[in-house]
Design a protein around this ligand. Structure first.
Ligand SMILES: [Zn+2]
Length: 225
């Protein structure tokens, strides 16, 4: 017998501390733990990610970004590692990553370009807003990625325009090792502020405990934003 789908619920402060690893920079772990707790942005349930994996937790970045002070602090921490030159274009998808891109643009004086998303909420290879100048440096931005494979349509879009992507900035990279490997492979600067701990299950559907128990995943989880 299939169990009824159980809706996602907000993760507790204990669960947040258990499943999220925050970069050990001054003030950052307290800022993010507190913001995740107050906003209820970390959900526990059974979710499908764009990369095809299933996950027990999901960060609704939009809920975090509603607090402008938190969003500004997140942008400040990212810009402390990777500066965005004036004259650069910040490229985001039409998704919750837009809010981080806009905050980074506002603090750096860069321009903003927004890529369309397809029906599955993946970035498409055309712009909804803004422009990318040939030869201009481009910084791609998103809220939460797994390894950063979801950034590839943005990298392709910049390449189509004859621009050079210099960096990738994301709030979270759930697979931090995979994200760093993607940056190295692409020769990009980049940064992320948090990743998933080993206690945060991210699995192939064939090995997903919730699927095995008959619970259908919420697909795609990005719609929760
Ligand atoms: Zn599953």
């Amino acid at each position: 017998m299939r169990s009824e789908p159980t809706g996602p619920r907000v993760a507790t402060a204990l669960e947040i501390r258990d499943v999220v690893v925050i970069q050990p920079r001054p003030g950052l772990p307290a800022l993010i733990e507190d913001a995740l707790t107050r906003s209820g942005a970390l959900l526990r349930g059974h979710f499908g990610l764009q990369v095809g994996k299933h996950t027990e937790y999901f960060i609704r970045f939009r809920a975090l970004a509603r607090d402008e002070a938190v969003l500004a602090a997140i942008a400040g921490h990212l810009l402390a590692t990777v500066s965005i030159p004036a004259g650069a274009t910040v490229l985001v998808a039409e998704s919750a990553g837009y809010f981080l891109g806009e905050a980074l643009r506002a603090r750096s004086g860069a321009a903003l370009a927004v890529a369309r998303t397809d029906v599955e909420r993946r970035p498409a290879r055309s712009l909804l807003h803004g422009a990318i100048a040939p030869g201009a440096p481009v910084v791609v931005v998103n809220d939460v990625v797994t390894t950063g494979a979801s950034l590839e349509p943005l990298l392709d879009l910049a390449a189509d325009a004859g621009a050079t992507v210099t960096a990738a900035l994301v709030f979270g990279a759930l697979d931090g090792t995979g994200f760093r490997a993607m940056l190295n492979r692409r020769r990009l600067a980049g940064d992320h502020l948090l990743e998933a701990s080993p206690a945060w299950p991210i699995t192939d559907p064939s090995r997903c405990a919730a699927c095995a128990a008959g619970s259908p995943p919420l697909l795609p989880a990005a719609e929760l934003n």
